[in-house]
Design a binder for this molecule. Structure first.
Ligand code: 5GP
Length: 205
């Protein structure tokens, strides 16, 4: 049965494993869509424009803000990041579940605008493990890693504003937990469209 679409906001320190966990969940939930963000950060090796991010200049980013095209935006360690509004709204209107990977500042903007969204925080098991993952990933310079680590405890304390938290000590377990959260949330009575339920009930669905 078609449900009302909704939004899942996934936050957590850079290097917590948000991409890996989401990638493990995507093939298992057909109507789950990823919101590709816009950023002024340069692409890392292997990142593709339009897939990982929309890579834009500062001027282009300003233009998006002026045209009210972003649902939220924030600056994170020197670069700007934002969520394209039209995509999210269209997908939700079509009954899909949209998942976005955004920082705590962006999440707090979404909380104001869309309180019915679901907020999930992904935690690495320890600071040492986070450092190891960021270093192994090798995609950021040493200075960048230090900045991201420094920010991690500040970020972690915001977990109290989220609905769910997942500790990513083992990828398959963390992915299972995220999947369970999404499935439970989509079974909430508030996501049912009564007209849809009636037409199913009467055999018109
Ligand atoms: P990275 O540069 O490691 O890809 O991302 C850095 C941080 O920016 C991460 O915490 C990520 O969640 C956040 N981020 C990515 N896209 C967005 C966005 O559209 N809006 C906001 N507010 N944060 C974002």
């Amino acid at each position: 049965m078609r449900r009302k679409g909704f939004l899942i906001v996934l936050s957590g320190p850079s290097g917590a494993g948000k991409n890996s966990v989401m990638n493990a969940v995507f093939p298992t939930i057909p109507n789950l869509k990823y919101s590709v963000s816009v950023t002024t950060r340069p692409p890392r090796k292997g990142e593709v424009d339009g897939v990982d991010y929309f890579f834009r200049t500062e001027e282009e980013f300003d233009e998006l803000i002026q045209q009210d095209k972003l649902l939220e935006y924030a600056t994170f360690v020197g670069y700007r990041y934002g969520t394209p509004k039209d995509f999210v709204m269209e997908q939700i209107a079509n009954g899909n579940t949209v998942i976005m990977d955004i920082d705590i500042q962006g999440a707090s903007q979404i909380r104001q605008k869309m309180p019915e969204a679901v907020f999930v925080f992904l935690l690495p098991p320890t600071r040492a493990e986070l450092e190891k993952r960021l270093t192994l990933r090798g995609s950021d310079a040493q200075g960048e890693i230090a900045k991201r680590l420094q920010k991690s405890w500040e970020e972690l304390q915001h977990v109290v504003h989220y609905d769910y938290f997942i500790i990513n000590d083992e990828l398959s377990r963390a992915a299972e937990q995220l999947r369970n959260i999404i499935l439970s949330e989509s079974s909430k009575v508030s996501r049912i469209d009564l007209a849809e339920l009636q037409s199913l009930w009467e055999g018109r669905g």
